[in-house]
Design a binder for this molecule. Structure first.
Ligand SMILES: CC(C)(COP(=O)(O)OP(=O)(O)OC[C@H]1O[C@@H](n2cnc3c(N)ncnc32)[C@H](O)[C@@H]1OP(=O)(O)O)[C@@H](O)C(=O)NCCC(=O)NCCS
Length: 176
């Protein structure tokens, strides 16, 4: 079994160096074929612009951001979208789960997911919702960690190189 040491923390502000490293993780995921909101090739400028918008949302308290680092720097991340309509104060969306390919299959995805659930509880959230490409690595992760599978929406998005893909919607009740 591979063992690896990661540090994992919630960050409340991002500096330029962190934004650059997070952009690197996102570019690596898109290069690897992940459908996480971007078409391939994802340029550094677009990735940095994305993370600058995230930084603004984090600073405003609209998003909770978790960042994982190893000896080489930022290697994984996940977000909670906390800012929801006024009739859904108990809910957050889990989004942009990303693990750099160099550290995959060592338990970091699971650790990020558990940490995000704990952060959601700390924020007073009792219901989490997410969607993941049907048949992908992430779908297996969420099922393995006990998320409830709602169903599949065919043709929901495009893969980075243009093929349509279905998405599977999941939720997790944190109230129990
Ligand atoms: C989905 C994703 C986050 C998973 O990250 P990860 O760090 O590889 O996740 P884990 O290591 O916890 O689990 C992955 C696999 O490794 C296995 N594993 C975990 N620790 C292990 C270890 N020490 N030794 C061997 N295998 C291990 C798990 O059992 C799991 O196996 P499975 O895929 O066959 O079910 C990652 O693949 C990723 O970033 N993908 C691209 C972005 C993406 O699609 N994000 C999802 C958006 S919804």
């Amino acid at each position: 079994m591979i063992t690896q040491t990661f540090s994992l923390r919630r960050v409340h502000a991002l500096d330029d160096a962190q934004i650059d490293q997070l952009a690197g993780v996102t570019i690596d995921c898109v290069d690897g074929g992940a459908s996480i909101g971007f078409m391939h090739p994802l340029t550094r400028d677009r990735a940095v612009a994305f993370w600058r918008r995230v930084a603004t949302g984090v600073a405003a308290g609209e998003r909770a951001l978790l960042v994982a680092e190893d000896a080489q720097g930022v290697c994984g991340t996940v977000q909670l979208l906390l800012d929801q309509p006024e009739n859904q104060p108990h809910r957050a969306d889990l989004a942009k789960m990303q693990v750099h390919r160099r550290v995959r299959r060592q338990g970091l995805g699971a650790a990020l997911l558990r940490a995000a659930e704990n952060t959601a509880r700390e924020c007073g959230k009792t219901l989490l919702v997410l969607d993941a490409v049907t048949g992908g690595d992430a779908e297996r992760l969420y099922q393995r960690l006990g998320w409830e599978r709602v169903g599949v929406i065919p043709g929901y998005a495009l893969m980075p190189r243009g093929e349509p893909c279905a998405t599977t919607v999941f939720y997790r009740n944190l109230g129990g």
